[in-house]
Design a protein around this ligand. Structure first.
Ligand SMILES: C[S@@+](CC[C@H](N)C(=O)[O-])C[C@H]1O[C@@H](n2cnc3c(N)ncnc32)[C@H](O)[C@@H]1O
Length: 203
């Protein structure tokens, strides 16, 4: 890597961090974190992604796009990556930072409307960066239902700083598994997978 490239990468990371921090100051609950996810965490998330032919990867709460970038680096083609971000100036940033990626500015809890219909039932993996742990269970249930409506049976990945499951998965009718953990994030973080557990949902 040349000195010039390192300098550009450094400036980009710096401006990402500055944008992230400004949004955290404006709405800490919506951001859930002071700094973007680390490269180590982003790589661990990307390693969990699966996608069939004709399917896309859906990222919810893309922020400054660090996870999106790791997904592209891991081989997800830009035209098969859909990202949803609720904050308009972050969505604007994502559009210029991620050429070819479909950036949707809207509420992930309203995915049925936010996601263009041509992608409904064509999601291989949904990834959630929204701080769900802070929400009441009724809101968490609404999120689970929103994902299920567009990606039936696929469940979702959720990254978190919690040591145990950030969602009360039994109460939500979900099965859960911690797929990965890294100490190389501030703070250390895990990647959880949730999917519908029919036995629990009908008990
Ligand atoms: C913890 S940050 C994650 C950002 C980035 N993916 C990362 O790992 O650094 C959470 C992001 O979710 C966005 N967000 C929060 N609630 C949302 C919602 N209901 N719909 C879409 N995005 C949301 C926030 O604006 C923020 O950019």
């Amino acid at each position: 890597m040349s000195g010039v490239t390192v300098g550009e990468a450094g400036r980009k990371n710096g401006s990402n961090a500055a944008l992230f921090f400004r949004r955290w100051m404006a709405n800490p609950l919506q951001m859930g974190s002071v700094v973007p996810s680390s490269p180590a965490l982003c790589r661990r998330i990307a390693a969990q992604v699966a996608r069939g032919p004709g399917e896309a990867v859906l990222e919810l709460g893309a922020g400054t796009g660090v996870v999106s970038r790791a997904l592209l680096d891991a081989g997800v083609p830009p035209e098969r990556l859909l990202v949803v971000e609720i904050v308009p100036d972050m969505a604007e940033h994502l559009r210029s930072a991620l050429p070819g990626v479909e950036v949707l500015c809207g509420d992930a809890f309203d995915l049925g409307r936010v996601l263009p219909e041509r992608w409904h039932k064509r999601i291989g993996t949904a990834i959630c960066g929204i701080p769900l742990v802070l929400l009441p269970i009724a809101e968490q249930r609404r999120f689970v239902q929103a994902v299920e409506a567009v990606a039936p049976g696929r469940g979702f990945l959720l990254y978190t700083y919690c040591i145990t499951s950030p969602l009360p998965h039994g109460e939500l009718g979900l099965a859960a598994r911690r797929e990965a953990w890294t100490p190389w994030n501030l703070p250390p973080a895990s990647v959880w997978r949730y999917w519908h557990d029919d036995a629990r949902a009908h008990s």
